[in-house]
Design a binder for this molecule. Structure first.
Ligand SMILES: NC(=O)c1ccc[n+]([C@@H]2O[C@H](COP(=O)([O-])OP(=O)(O)OC[C@H]3O[C@@H](n4cnc5c(N)ncnc54)[C@H](OP(=O)(O)O)[C@@H]3O)[C@@H](O)[C@H]2O)c1
Length: 238
């Protein structure tokens, strides 16, 4: 019988953490080894599973992989932990800066690292379609419009920046980005290419956060056993 993949979840009390917890617990390929939050004091109802904060990650039992959906500070703590234990990291935390990008690159020399702005299969494929449009439709105006719930802290979204980078890689310049924050929108991204007399719109609508959680869990299970390096979500999902 193959051993279960032991997962440490960072950000367990958050909207994403709450989607991941039941998925991990229900998946017969893995087990929740420990759960960490930012401040602690949450009753997550995890029974015997150790509940930590990002300040006490050292107390975690042995794990095979870490999944982080928290804040930049949570990612830093998770990365430090992964380097110390030599285990892979999957992270979807956003609002990262140059310090974090450099830290992820440097860590990737010693452990497998996957950071993705969006873990949904639809957005992984959308990125490929956007890249193709950007390459073929040189000279057309390109705009990205993204809408999210009113509680979202960062703008533009990590996904909009990621789609923008795909356009930039083909044209040498970023498209314009427009952000809306309203109600409980899970996440919508429209990439519009407008030429003279015609227009293409590529739209992705997330209606449930579980798509990100499912993608992150799948990526984590596939990252275990891989050599050190920086992995792209498309490499693991397409
Ligand atoms: N890549 C993707 O596919 C994707 C999809 C959705 C969201 N996200 C990103 O994932 C992250 C989490 O989103 P969410 O909606 O779940 O957020 P959330 O509901 O606000 O939850 C944040 C989680 O992080 C913890 N936390 C807060 N401050 C922290 C700190 N300074 N250090 C360590 N941990 C801290 C919180 O713990 P406490 O409750 O104890 O504060 C909580 O567990 C965000 O960056 C969001 O943009 C990414």
């Amino acid at each position: 019988m193959t051993a279960l993949t032991r997962i440490l979840l960072v950000g367990a009390s958050g909207r994403m953490g709450q989607q991941l917890l039941p998925l991990i617990q229900a998946d017969t390929r893995c087990t929740l080894a420990a759960a960490a939050t930012g401040r602690g004091g949450h009753e997550l109802g995890l029974g015997d599973v150790p509940q930590l904060t990002v300040g006490t990650l050292n107390d975690a039992p042995e794990v095979d992989v870490v999944i982080d959906f928290s804040r930049p500070a949570g990612l830093e703590a998770a990365l430090e932990f992964c380097l110390r234990r030599r285990v892979p990291l999957v992270s979807g935390s956003t609002s990262l800066d140059d310090f974090h990008w450099a830290a992820l690159d440097s860590a990737a020399q010693r452990i497998p690292v996957l950071w993705a702005a969006n873990f949904s299969l639809g957005v992984v494929l959308l990125t490929e379609l956007v890249r193709r449009c950007a390459a073929v439709l040189q000279g057309w105006d390109c705009d990205i419009v993204e809408s999210h719930h009113a509680m979202k802290l960062d703008a533009p979204s990590g996904t909009a920046l990621h789609l923008g980078a795909a356009v930039e890689s083909e044209r040498g310049e970023l498209p314009r980005m427009h952000s809306l924050r309203a109600g409980d929108i899970v996440g919508e991204h429209t990439v519009q290419f407008a030429g003279k007399g015609e227009r293409i719109e590529l739209v992705h609508r997330a209606t449930n956060r579980v798509i990100f959680a499912r993608g992150a869990l799948e990526a984590a299970l596939r990252l275990v056993g891989q050599p050190p390096g920086r992995y792209a979500i498309a490499e693991l999902m397409l």
